[in-house]
Design a protein around this ligand. Structure first.
Ligand SMILES: Cc1ncc(COP(=O)(O)O)c(C=O)c1O
Length: 389
């Protein structure tokens, strides 16, 4: 397209990228079309299908003709179920007026950054980070400020690290625990130090709790539940990982009342509400008090052990992730520093598909992300294949 072309996309789109993971997916597809078996550890989805009781709730909603426009913030039974869950599991005491249902966690994050960042505002976050975060921040005209996970991992109090990144333009901190891609889980002490710092410096916190139900040995802590934090925290949740509902596109956000008008305007003008029957199914999922999530966690633990042991044996440097379902392994000694080349090498030699660490920020270089959210059979085949690396 030439510069004088009148018909062209708006320049704001230059601030948005495409996920590099698509490139990997295409590469995997290419191999599969050639008849090769690829051990797919590059994905980010739960290994099991959506539970039957949620599908049944969806069918019932359709049979009940729950197919009309709904209030754009969410239907009453879902908001009620979310309120009870946030009180029981997250220590967040909210009313329906503090809640909004979104098109998955991604849409909630889009709204959260649009809501909080003015042009030039800086937002601090830990890196490597989930790839879209940087784009969502720059699309909101915010400025990303990264702190390497490696710098803070072994610290209890994060104040000094945060202080070194503070500037007159600092506006927010994005917190993702458990973390994609690193599997880090911030301790209570670390979260308390972030909370203190946010209060002292009048910063907003955007808390991405997509993996709240995948903490192995320990308790998930919602930073918005810490003293003095609710008023300055936008807490983002999704059903994608907790209920194997990635394709349903439903999530939600909790925040104090002064944030809500803006969030409602954003939701109204982007999606005007999540599909009505989906919301009824989501209500059934969130209201569930069975041991589903416990069993799911056990399934992940079993899978984690297989992959961690195999990766360590192959000479990758990694410890068992404390949360989420990814192994973020340092592969420098075996496959070099260039993570795209390392991904290719691993794919060529073992037929294991992974994600180059640099996709998640410069601090990810020299690493590969491998998901253990797949069948035991695939993980055992990957373990056998890694022996031949
Ligand atoms: C850290 C993190 N946050 C949010 C999301 C959003 O998920 P969804 O849009 O499917 O709810 C994901 C999905 O992979 C994620 O990894």
């Amino acid at each position: 397209m030439t510069a004088d072309t009148l018909v062209r996309p708006a320049s704001r789109l230059d601030r948005l990228g495409f996920s590099d993971i698509v490139k990997i997916r295409n590469r995997v597809m290419e191999l599969k079309l050639k008849g090769e078996t690829v051990l797919q550890l590059e994905g980010g989805e739960p290994f099991m299908p959506t539970p039957e009781f949620i599908k049944a709730a969806m069918k019932k909603a359709l049979d009940d003709d729950q197919t009309r426009y709904a209030p754009s913030s969410g239907v009453a039974p879902l908001l009620e179920a979310i309120g009870a869950k946030l009180s029981e599991h997250n220590g967040l005491e909210v009313t329906e007026r503090n809640l909004i249902v979104t098109n998955g966690g991604m849409h909630a994050l889009f709204c959260a950054f649009q809501e909080t960042l003015d042009p030039g505002d800086e937002i601090i976050f830990f890196s490597p980070y989930w790839t879209p975060i940087k784009d969502l921040v720059t699309f909101a005209e915010g400025v990303p400020v990264r702190i390497p996970w490696e710098e803070i991992r072994s610290l209890g109090d994060l104040t000094d690290s945060l202080r070194r990144r503070l500037s007159p333009r600092s506006r927010a901190i994005y917190v993702n625990t458990p973390s994609n891609p690193t599997g880090d889980v911030l301790s209570s002490e670390q979260l308390q130090s972030i909370a203190r710092f946010a209060i002292e410096n009048n910063l907003v916190v955007i808390s991405d709790e997509a993996y709240e139900d995948l903490v192995y040995g320990g308790q998930h802590v919602s930073i918005g539940s810490l003293p003095g934090m609710f008023s300055r925290t936008l807490s983002v949740f999704t059903l994608s990982k907790s209920f194997a509902m990635t394709g349903w596109r439903v999530g939600y956000m909790a925040a104090d009342l002064p944030w809500m008008d803006g969030l409602r305007k954003l939701a109204l003008n982007t999606i005007n509400g999540v599909s009505t029957p989906t919301q009824f199914a989501a209500a059934a999922a969130i209201a569930d008090r069975s041991d589903y999530r416990l069993r799911m966690r056990e399934g992940y633990l079993e899978r984690r052990e297989i992959l961690v042991a195999a990766a360590q044996e192959a000479g990758f440097r990694c410890s068992a992730p404390r949360g989420a379902f990814y192994l973020f392994a340092n592969v420098r000694e075996r496959l070099g520093n260039d993570s795209w080349k390392a991904m290719e090498m691993l794919l060529e030699r073992t037929r294991i598909a992974s994600v180059p660490g640099s996709v998640f920020g410069p601090e990810g270089e020299g690493h590969l992300r491998m998901s253990f959210s797949t069948s035991i059979g695939v993980l055992e085949a990957a373990a056998a294949s890694l022996k031949r690396l």
